[in-house]
Design a protein around this ligand. Structure first.
Ligand code: ATP
Length: 338
């Protein structure tokens, strides 16, 4: 089922700024689309309007061909998983997962079959007869996801569903979630402020800022060619480097964006290299992250993990012209010079 969001405007009472400012977006049937952006950019508001938990000032929402803009949340035919996954402490896992089906008066034998299936998918079969208090945080989160997917509503909305998990569990469950959602093939709209999570999960990501979509596209496309300086600075760890044009022999009226791993690092000088001074050396295991000064400008570059250097040392950088992105220094918008 596709989701079509058209010109959604929402201003909360007493707020000068629009929480969502004329947002249009289409999530294709079966697509996993992630809304990502810094705190306050409007992603939760947008998701809550799709869910029917917030009313837009103007604009429309369609699920499939049906206009659901004025339809109550429970009649929209969607499933939701939120950060505070409200699973019922007094119900066993089995009943928690089957809750939505029981509410819909589905036949008990059918509920049992679907709960068993979802439990298997989410590796909860062993704990179906336990109460939530007897589960780990990760298992509880999986119960919340199982309860949402078991209903098989065609649209799944998730708001920071991994944020209660510790870092390791979050990473594990992220991959599991991707697999599960792929298997069930549900159209999914997912909110996170974590850019790595967005990149990892989304078929496409929509990067939001100040109530608008700054860029929408497949994760690697957005990462590789940010539409503006904000997107380049938000996606990626480390963020994209930005240098004034003259630092790399270009005109003063451009700002150059380059990713840390796109800069080749060498201990020896060559014809096509420029000198830089090492400021900080951070071994990450997979690489050696260096903070360097180039012509007075600070940037981060990524050297092989075995690269030996130390602060104050001079190293040599090679910039592949094909990996440079150009921006307008005034507006921060990408220039069409690629
Ligand atoms: P976060 O990641 O912090 O949840 P977000 O990107 O999801 O942020 P929203 O929660 O959608 O952002 O908030 C968008 C804007 O609307 C913010 O400026 C916020 O302060 C404001 N806002 C959100 N909910 C309300 C509310 N109930 N009443 C008034 N203002 C609100």
């Amino acid at each position: 089922m596709k989701i079509t969001i058209s010109d959604l405007v929402k201003t909360y009472p007493g707020q000068a700024r629009r929480a969502t400012d004329d947002v249009s977006l289409e999530v294709a049937d079966g697509e996993f689309l992630v809304l990502v952006g810094p705190s306050g950019c409007g992603k939760t508001t947008l998701l809550r309007m799709v869910a029917g938990l917030e009313t837009p000032d103007s604009g429309t929402i369609h699920i499939g061909e049906r206009d659901v803009t004025g339809v109550a949340a429970r009649h929209r035919g969607i499933s939701m998983v939120f950060q505070s996954y409200a699973i019922f402490p007094h119900m066993k896992v089995r009943d928690n997962i089957g809750f939505g089906l029981a509410m819909r008066k589905v036949d008990p034998a059918e509920i049992r079959r679907r709960v068993d299936q979802a439990a298997e998918l989410l590796q909860l079969t062993e704990v179906l007869d336990r109460f939530p208090a007897q589960l780990s945080g990760g298992q509880r989160q999986r119960v919340a996801v199982a309860r949402a997917v078991v209903v098989d509503s065609g649209v799944l909305l998730m708001d920071e569903p991994l944020s209660n998990l510790d870092a390791l569990l979050r990473l594990q469950f992220r991959a599991e979630l991707k697999k599960i959602v792929r298997e069930i093939g549900t159209t999914t709209l997912y909110v996170t402020h974590d850019q790595a999570e967005a990149m990892s999960l989304g078929d496409r990501v929509a990067v939001m800022r100040d109530g608008r979509i700054a860029q929408l596209g497949p994760p690697l496309e957005v990462y590789d060619a940010p539409a503006d300086q904000f997107v380049g600075g938000f996606l990626g760890s480390p963020p994209m480097n930005f240098l004034p044009g003259p630092a790399l022999g270009h005109a003063p009226d451009v700002l150059i964006g380059v990713r840390a791993e796109k800069v080749a690092v060498d201990a020896e000088r060559a014809d096509d290299t420029v000198p830089a001074t090492v400021e900080v050396v951070e071994p990450t295991g997979a690489s050696m992250l260096l903070t360097v000064l180039l012509d007075g400008h600070r940037l981060k570059v990524s050297a092989p993990p075995t690269f030996e250097t130390s602060p104050e040392q001079q190293i040599w950088l090679r910039f592949d012209p094909a990996s440079l992105r150009f921006y307008d220094p005034e507006t921060g918008l990408a220039l069409l010079t690629r």
